[in-house]
Design a protein around this ligand. Structure first.
Ligand code: 6R9
Length: 661
């Protein structure tokens, strides 16, 4: 653990708290949501009384080929075993059983392509596709335990490919379609994948991306890859390796729709998903089957209050991110949901595209990220106002702390002031949602993820692992095992221990790497990654809080704050802001914003510099890469930008700064 982390722990611990933003707005659940909620307040008490019995009851949501003999085996921490001895098939649970229950005609996926093409797959059709793909994988020599790299855009075949792997016990490793050939190659090598599933291309921002060319480059440098299975999406000409490449439509379409799903051990590996991490090589987070599917299914049912007969659910994440795994594929499909899957970007061909989709499919439950919400704020409320969004009944947020102003804007401008907003905290490593309001129970506070879900235990500790009281801050820990917890890092179990468990080994806590505070009621406020917390003249200040203060000024749509080295104060606060549509940069703006932050938090949190920029550097999953902004603020060469969604952004930002030379 670095000194920085220790400082940060003290950080949130002391001064910050007296300076915290005062957020007094409260949003109780609407009466009709509370009256019909899937999960009520009793769930907390029930889970507290007997956590294992609670999770065993949730596991009954699934079909087990063989019952488990023990709910939890925690005899070899930090590797948990859940539902020991049980056998199940994840794909059977996500598809077949809904068909067998008479719901084969229900739409599973409404696919919307970026150019406007669309197709809907019922559960019966999805089952046929998954079975055919499973048969094709077997024919291509893939068996249980083999690793399959999936490098696909947002098309239904991505879900089909993942489920086909799960069906035969192969372990999928999905790699973002926007990642480079080198990123893909590294992941293939680490996992030792023998098959790569990709597509010819996809549509993005009105043009065709030649995905196959990237896949070829990676495959050529990957000796473990035996075959490349290629979905035809765009139909453009692609290079073809006769001995290696196989068209999906030639290999999969001719297969039988019969495939018997075998039950796999509850702890059988389901997938590996690489998290980039700020430093070092990506970590291949390993998830297994029974516990993962149980928690993905339960949390989707509880947090989104899904009514599978009537709801239309849309999670706007990419399948290459854990949110896509748990809340596009495994959670919703295990629950028999009807969902939307969209290929493209929110501004193609126009900035109302998301709302057009909500209107078209009468989406009731929407799950998106703060980065998207702040972008929509920047474009202005007039755009969503042109569409009929009255079908929406619940809104979710994930990926970063959501600033109170963005939360309010989301509820008002998208949710018509009626819908509960659920701010869901979790990580690739946690597998499923851990901290979130329950829409029918919780009186929500804008900007707070509120409480651990029933059956989950989290806490805030100081740097020595002592639990802090209400009104104090520190480091977020998870202090009891949960079903969907990662079982390790693929090929590097020591790194799993070092990264997450060594920090609080004495207490046996999982260290999440996030700062958090408990308010006077004990509700949790996430403060961002511990590495992002600033130290200014001995005061620890959270980037999240300064950003929230900036975004609460009407002209500001988005803000990213970093601490840059400073000889006098240790660090000085540098803020990068994007203005909302219709606002121009003017001379007094910086001073006005500095005053605004000073009033909201205190003079110590005033940014020294405020730079208006057109865009912020973000990863493909929408997280702001503050590390790169720190490079800019400290006027040095910009570091690794390979995980940026748009690599030209840094040039636009650098151009806005006076350089030393
Ligand atoms: C699901 C996902 C995990 C990190 C996590 C935290 C941040 C996610 C958040 C949130 C505040 C929320 N994060 N949700 N911070 N409030 N509701 O994003 O997984 O990509 O692994 O990122 O994202 O910093 O530690 P992953």
């Amino acid at each position: 653990m670095t000194d920085d982390t220790d400082d940060a722990a003290n950080a949130v611990n002391q001064e910050t708290l007296s300076n915290l933003l005062k957020e007094n707005r409260r949003f109780p659940p609407p009466q009709d949501v509370a009256d019909h909620a899937n999960v009520t307040a009793e769930a907390y008490a029930e889970a507290d009384a007997d956590r294992e019995a609670f999770w065993a009851a949730q596991a009954e949501r699934l079909h087990w080929e063989q019952p488990w003999t023990q709910v939890l085996d925690w005899s070899e921490p930090p590797v948990a075993k859940w539902f020991v001895g049980g056998k199940l098939n994840a794909a059977y649970n996500c598809v077949d059983r809904h068909v067998e229950a008479g719901n084969g005609d229900r739409v599973a996926i409404h696919f919307e392509g970026e150019p406007g093409d669309s197709r809907s797959l019922t559960y019966a059709e999805l089952k046929d596709e998954v079975c055919k793909a499973a048969n094709a994988l077997v024919e291509l020599g893939v068996g249980a335990g083999d690793r399959v790299a999936v490098y696909l855009p947002m098309i239904p075949e991505a879900a089909v490919a993942m489920l086909a792997c799960a069906r035969i016990g192969a372990v999928h490793s999905v790699c973002f379609a926007a990642f480079s050939p080198e990123a893909l190659r590294g992941r293939i090598e680490d996992a030792g994948a023998k098959l790569l599933i990709t597509a010819d291309g996809y549509h993005r921002r009105g043009s065709v991306v030649n995905l196959k060319a990237n896949a070829d480059e990676a495959a050529a440098a990957s000796p473990t890859i035996e075959k490349v299975l290629v979905v035809r999406r765009t139909g453009h000409d692609v290079q073809w390796e006769q001995d290696r490449d196989v068209w999906w439509h030639e290999s999969v379409d001719r297969q039988s729709t019969d495939h018997t799903a075998e039950g796999f051990d509850s702890e059988h590996p389901l997938y590996i998903l690489y998290t980039s991490g700020t430093t070092g090589k990506p970590k291949g987070i390993l998830h297994t089957t029974g516990g993962y599917l149980t928690q993905a299914s339960y949390t989707h049912h509880a947090v989104f209050d899904l009514k599978p007969e009537t709801d239309v659910y849309w999670c706007t994440a990419d399948v290459g991110w854990v949110t896509g795994h748990s809340y596009i594929v495994y959670g919703p499909l295990a629950n028999g949901a009807t969902e939307v899957m969209y290929e493209g970007t929110p501004d193609t061909p126009h900035q109302g595209r998301f709302w057009e989709i909500v209107q078209k499919y009468k989406v009731t439950l929407l799950y998106t990220a703060p980065t998207a919400i702040r972008t929509f704020m920047k474009w202005g409320s007039a755009i969503p106002a042109k569409f009929d969004l009255s079908s929406l009944r619940l809104l979710g947020s994930v990926g970063e702390p959501i600033n109170p102003e963005a939360w309010i804007w989301y509820r008002e401008s998208i949710g018509g002031g009626r819908t509960p907003v659920v701010d869901t905290w979790w990580q690739t490593e946690t597998g499923a949602i851990m901290i979130s309001p329950l829409p029918g129970v919780t009186e929500a506070k804008p900007g707070s993820a509120m409480r651990p879900l029933p059956g989950i235990s989290a806490n805030v500790v100081d740097k020595d692992g002592n639990i802090v009281g209400n009104g104090h801050g520190g480091l977020l820990v998870l202090d009891k095992p949960w079903p969907s917890m990662a079982r390790g890092i693929w090929g590097d179990q020591q790194r799993f221990i070092d990264t997450y468990w060594a920090r609080f080994a004495d207490q046996g806590y999982y260290f999440a790497g996030d700062g958090a505070k408990k308010d006077e009621d004990g509700d949790l406020w996430l403060l961002g990654r511990v590495d992002d917390i600033m130290l200014v003249s001995g005061h620890n200040i959270s980037t999240t809080e300064v950003e929230s203060a900036l975004v609460s000024y009407p002209a500001v749509a988005e803000a990213a704050v970093v601490g840059a080295k400073d000889e006098t104060t240790g660090q000085r606060i540098v803020a990068f802001v994007i203005l909302r549509g219709g606002n121009e940069e003017h001379e007094e703006l910086a001073e006005t914003l500095r005053d605004h932050v000073s009033k909201a938090i205190g003079p110590i949190a005033k940014p020294r510099q405020i730079i208006v920029v057109p865009e912020l550097p973000k990863t493909r999953s929408g997280k702001i890469m503050r590390r790169l902004l720190r490079d800019v603020a400290e006027d040095r060469a910009i570091g690794d930008t390979t995980t940026l969604a748009d690599s030209t952004v840094m040039d636009l930002i650098s151009a806005k700064l006076p350089h030393a030379d």
